[in-house]
Design a protein around this ligand. Structure first.
Ligand code: CTP
Ligand code: MG
Length: 181
């Protein structure tokens, strides 16, 4: 596979995992998942992880996966890359996993004394990748193995943090997010 092919496949296959966090920012609010509960004097997750944001993010990622399926042929032909279509379970795993990874990161942030909105460099950029790949592998193991080949996986791990920093910077500049991470 060419470098371009690996990069294009990585970005395409991860799109259903990239969108949930941004959709959650737009839709977030309402009841926090932890219901305000604390553990050792600190919130379990914090007010930044809500049911509404999580549901909206998951649905947005799944909807995007299904929408991408409609254009996978022309998009692949235009790029000259054999792009993967998303089985329903793969799309769901990527979207729900991205949200779960982000929630897991908040759990770790609270346990390490970081308040809501505090940065955790490294974790902030990769939490949702780990969650998305893990749940995709669980829900659609064959698809995940054949899609995320070693070169594609390397491209995901390099391109995602770069994209994450850029999109969050834009969301911050637009006033959609309180912090640029
Ligand atoms: N959000 C949400 N539900 C989620 C994830 C995000 O409602 N599962 C919304 C919240 O309004 C949140 C915003 O998106 O404040 C930004 O998300 P994020 O940066 O992940 O949360 P933080 O508020 O920074 O909190 P944390 O420190 O726990 O990451
Ligand atoms: Mg944050």
């Amino acid at each position: 596979m060419t470098l371009f092919g690996a990069l294009a496949t990585a970005l395409w296959a991860m799109l259903p995992a990239y969108v949930p966090n941004n959709a959650a920012v737009l839709a977030g609010g309402g009841r926090p998942i932890d219901g305000g509960r604390t553990w050792n004097g600190r919130r379990v997750l914090g007010d930044g992880k809500t049911w509404r944001g999580t549901a909206a993010g998951t649905l947005a990622g799944l909807a995007l996966a299904l929408a991408l399926n409609l254009v996978v042929e022309p998009a692949g032909a235009a790029l000259g890359v054999d792009l993967p279509a998303f089985p329903l379970l793969a799309g769901l795993g990527l979207a729900l996993g991205a949200m779960a990874g982000d929630i897991g990161a908040s759990f770790l942030k609270r346990r390490t004394g970081r308040e809501r909105g505090a940065a955790f460099p490294g974790l902030d950029q990769l939490d949702f990748v780990i969650g998305a790949l893990a749940l995709a592998a669980l829900f659609a193991p064959d698809w995940t193995l054949s899609t995320f080949t070693p070169p594609v996986l390397v491209a995901v791990l390099i391109a995602t943090p770069v994209l994450h920093v850029v999109t969050n910077g834009i969301a911050y500049a637009l006033g959609l997010k309180d912090e640029p991470w």
